[in-house]
Ligand binder design. Structure first.
Ligand SMILES: *[C@@H]1O[C@H](CO)[C@@H](O)[C@H](O)[C@H]1NC(C)=O
Ligand SMILES: *[C@@H]1O[C@H](CO)[C@@H](O)[C@H](O)[C@H]1NC(C)=O
Ligand SMILES: *[C@@H]1O[C@H](CO)[C@@H](O)[C@H](O)[C@H]1NC(C)=O
Ligand SMILES: *[C@@H]1O[C@H](CO)[C@@H](O)[C@H](O)[C@H]1NC(C)=O
Ligand SMILES: *[C@@H]1O[C@H](CO)[C@@H](O)[C@H](O)[C@H]1NC(C)=O
Length: 317
């Protein structure tokens, strides 16, 4: 059974454990339907940075955004404003991996000199221990070789927002507030929500070639439920979710109240749930295509599980 789950918070998952990031005020939660909620990091209602090198449950966050899990090493990485923090799930210890100071710096060098600005999304290739960071305030995507302790620019032009560069090298392209990231099953394609361009971009990791996957650049709107991916418009591109078994890229179009997907086998976009332009609640238990959403933000895909995950606000549990 394939499940697609919508949340009002951002979520990442490992096996049958879901991690929920609650953005206002913060923490990180570990939630399953059949188990009580356990807070794994953060303090309810506390929004100051604290707690590095101690237990994650005694730490606090400034601004929780995306997360990703290295399921080989059992480390949960989370975006905390300009910092990327790492929670070792075996020892429950939290540290800052990089980005103690806001700004832009460090490419080609050590993590201790790296500066980021308002990070929103993460993706990891656990086999090569490479972490991809949507460095949203800098309009770029950075890549961290965690083993080597080195940071580089993958895509975008630092400090420069815009749209450009498709068909060429990602590192000279223009993005405008890149946010959610997803890697394909081979860890060779990075899908990026290019938030202020209202599109999804696609980066071939090996060749660094960037291209447009879905949406019409800089055009925000709704023109059709389905059609060729580069012929449909997106009103707001929120979180991405990747179904690695069926090769489908789900995305939340929050301003259209829609859950949509790109069939990556055909590059056709389809509506999965919600009704365009119609906010509402209802039809739980009925067909998704007859449902209504009110402000969807996040999506998580569980292609191989029949279990369901749940959220609550304010904590990573
Ligand atoms: C998360 O919940 C699962 C299921 O209850 C549990 O086995 C696991 O230890 C929890 N992890 C953390 C970090 O609390
Ligand atoms: C961070 O990013 C924002 C948005 O791009 C920008 O306005 C601000 O000047 C940046 N701050 C620093 C310290 O670079
Ligand atoms: C870049 O990727 C796009 C889409 O996959 C493809 O059409 C284009 O030919 C590629 N460009 C180069 C230089 O490889
Ligand atoms: C919507 O897309 C379908 C399939 O591509 C097409 O047949 C139809 O004409 C489109 N409708 C509009 C209003 O663009
Ligand atoms: C592309 O979009 C336009 C405008 O929405 C529509 O008229 C046309 O039918 C679409 N083309 C295809 C092939 O779906």
């Amino acid at each position: 059974m394939r499940l697609v789950w919508l949340f009002t918070a951002l979520l990442c998952f490992l096996s049958n454990i879901g991690f929920v990031l609650n953005q206002t005020p913060t923490p990180v939660a570990n939630v399953t339907l059949n188990n009580p909620i356990t807070t794994v990091a953060g303090i309810y209602s506390q929004t100051t940075f604290s707690g590095d090198n101690g237990p994650a449950t005694s730490a606090s966050f400034t601004s929780l955004q995306g997360c990703t899990i290295d399921y080989i090493r059992n480390i949960l990485y989370v975006c905390d404003d300009h910092r990327i923090r790492a929670i070792n799930m075996n020892t429950n210890t939290i540290t800052t991996l990089l980005g103690s100071t806001i700004g832009y710096a460090g490419d080609g060098g050590q993590l201790s000199n790296a500066r980021l600005n308002a990070t929103v999304g993460l993706a990891i290739n656990p086999y090569l221990n490479l972490l991809y960071i949507a460095d949203t305030g800098n309009h770029v995507i950075r890549v961290v070789d965690i083993g080597a302790g080195r940071i580089d620019l993958l895509a975008g032009t630092p400090h420069t927002r815009g749209y450009g560069g498709d068909g060429g090298s990602a590192s000279t392209a223009l993005l405008n507030a890149p946010s959610s990231l997803q890697l394909d099953v081979a860890n060779n394609i990075l899908y990026v929500s290019d938030y202020n361009n209202y599109v999804i971009r696609k980066i071939q990791i090996n060749s660094r070639n960037i291209s447009l996957l879905a949406g019409i650049p800089t055009v925000s709107g709704y023109n059709n439920d389905s059609g060729p991916a580069t012929n449909i418009t997106i009103k707001s591109i929120n979180q991405l979710g990747f179904d690695m078994i069926n090769n489908q890229l789900y995305f939340v179009d929050g301003s259209s109240y829609l859950l949509r997907k790109v069939d990556l086998n055909t590059n056709i976009v389809y509506r999965v749930g919600g009704n365009a332009g119609q906010a509402g609640d209802g039809n739980d238990g009925g067909p998704a295509l007859s449902s209504y959403f009110r402000g969807p933000i996040g999506v998580a895909v569980f292609p191989q599980y029949s279990s369901v995950y749940h959220i609550c606000w304010y904590q990573i549990q």
